[in-house]
Every structure is written in C-alpha cells, then in structure tokens.
Design a protein. Structure first.
Length: 298
C-alpha cells in the first residue's frame, strides 16, 4: 500500500486526513518519535504528568517533529489557562518557536492560544475541556475492543489512545497513522460532549445495546463490522443510530432477526416502523427516545 498524502503538502490550520504521512515516513520517524515520547511517558508513570498533559505533550511532540519551526500555526487572542509550565518539560523547540511561545506559561495555554498546524480546532477544544473536567475521557495505550468502547459510552465516557511502541511505524488498523488515530479519538470526544443535544438519547442507545449485546451474531463478519462501527465509531442522533442498526440487521439477517431482538424489553410499535413509509418522525421519535431513556445509567 502506498500513500502520498503527507501533511507537508499543506499548511492550512485544521486540515485533517486519515493518513497524515506516508508509509516510508512512518518507518523513518518511528524510532525518533519513540525516543522523544519516552521521557514524557516516564513523567506520566511517575505521576508528574496527568492523562491530559501527557496526551497534549504527545500531540505536540509528533507535530513538532513533522513540522519543525511551524507547528504552532496561527496565533489566537490570548487566553490564560492554568496547568503545568511547559518550560519544565523535556521539549526541544527551535529558537523561532521559543520566541513565539515567549508569553505562554502552561502547556494547556498552547492549545488555547494557537491553531496548531494540521490540527482541527475540535482537538484543541477536547484537550482543554478534558482538562476543565467537562469531558469524561480515559487515556489508553492500546486500542480497546468495540465492546469496551460501548461499555465506556453507556457510562458517558470515551477513550483516547496514544500509541507509544513500534506501531508508530505503521498505519493503525490499516487506516490511520498514530497522530491521526489520537486526533480522531479527540474529535469524536468533542462531538460526543460539545453542545450535543443528542447526548441523553445516545446514552440510552448504548445502554440498550450493552444490555442486549449477547443477542447479536458477530460471527457474520460483514455485519460485525457495521455493528462495531455503530457502537464504537459513530456519533449521531439515537434514532439515526437505530435506523443504521436495523438496516444492517435486516440486510445481513432478516426482518425477524430485528423484530426478535428487543421484544422482551417492551419496545414501542414505532421501533418496528423505522426505515418504512409508516414512520412519522414528529411523534415516533419521541416515543422511541422515551423508551430508550430507561436504559440510561443514572
């Protein structure tokens, strides 16, 4: 597999791709990145960096390696944010970057005051809101299974994965480089929490699927892929999530497979009308949302 979508081809703030560098670049940079990340990981293990600060440092380390001298991007109106002094951390920045960061005191202020190169602003916001205690995130150094993600989400939590080992040299799950993978988690976290009017409905949906997880036949590989996407990688209105799930169940199995799924849980008739001309969103959406509400963890 080859890919030519290096982030060096564009400096537009917020530009984001699944594969930010080529396979060749990944192989070349991995040993250097592992060496740069190691002292920060040691600080984390010693309790001198918290989860948010480690993740923020991880993002900056890779960005500064790939975009030396230019990674801070454009400056934003100054905002003071409490946190850890970045000068106390083992960063090695170029003189021009040090000059740009002259008025910045904390690691957190870097994310509040710069539109980091090749980084969507949702990533910055997720880091900051996580630090403020508004986003219930958990740092992991491995990729959780879809069922783990489901169990986190039903509790209103999400994970953020930072890859530290030799997997830095390859695309994660064949799709994303490590930086893109971490950013992807933070973007999804921001969608999950920030002004999300669908949040309570999503919690009910995830609670329902966690309760009935054993029903689903995940030995059917195509269905398993769609099911795992719905439960672990899709932020959407609960009704839309149910429509996608029903579509997959009917497509790979049958209408009866769908109808027999939640019948012991007294679903409203509206559920069975999903994806049909009989469905009236004005009245039926609320019926289903009311039913889902019982599956939310209180």
């Amino acid at each position: 597999m080859t890919d030519n979508s290096s982030n060096k081809s564009s400096s537009r703030a917020g530009r984001f791709k699944k594969k930010l560098v080529t396979e060749t670049e990944l192989l070349n940079e991995a040993p250097q990145l592992m060496a740069k990340v190691a002292p920060f990981h040691e600080l984390f293990k010693l309790g001198k960096l918290n989860e948010i600060q480690f993740t923020a440092s991880y993002l900056i380390l890779i960005l500064s390696h790939r975009c030396p001298g230019t990674w801070p991007g454009s400056k934003k109106p100054f905002t003071k944010v409490p946190g850890i002094p970045w000068r106390e951390l083992p960063f090695q920045f170029e003189p021009n970057v040090l000059k740009r960061l002259d008025h910045i005191e904390t690691l957190e202020e870097i994310f509040a005051n710069f539109a980091l190169k090749s980084t969507p602003m949702t990533v910055n916001r997720a880091i900051l809101e996580w630090g403020y205690g508004n986003y219930g995130l958990e740092l992991m150094f491995r990729i959780p299974s879809p069922s783990e993600v489901l169990n986190q989400q039903k509790k209103g939590r999400r994970c953020v994965t930072c890859i530290l080992d030799k997997r830095l040299a390859s695309y994660i799950l064949g799709e994303r480089d490590a930086l893109s993978f971490t950013m992807h988690d933070l973007i999804h976290a921001d969608h999950f929490y920030f002004h999300n009017e669908c949040y309570q409905g999503q919690l009910g949906f995830y609670g329902l699927l966690a309760k009935t997880f054993a029903y689903f036949d995940l030995s059917q590989e195509e269905f398993a892929r769609e099911f795992e996407y719905v439960i672990a990688d899709m932020n959407a209105y609960a009704i839309h999530l149910l429509k996608c799930l029903k579509s997959a169940m009917v497509h790979y199995f049958s209408e009866d497979y769908f109808r027999n799924w939640p019948k012991e849980l007294n679903p409203p008739k509206a559920l069975y009308a999903l994806n049909t001309s009989d469905y009236d969103a004005v009245t039926m959406d609320q019926e289903i949302l009311n039913w889902l509400d019982q599956f939310r963890l209180r």
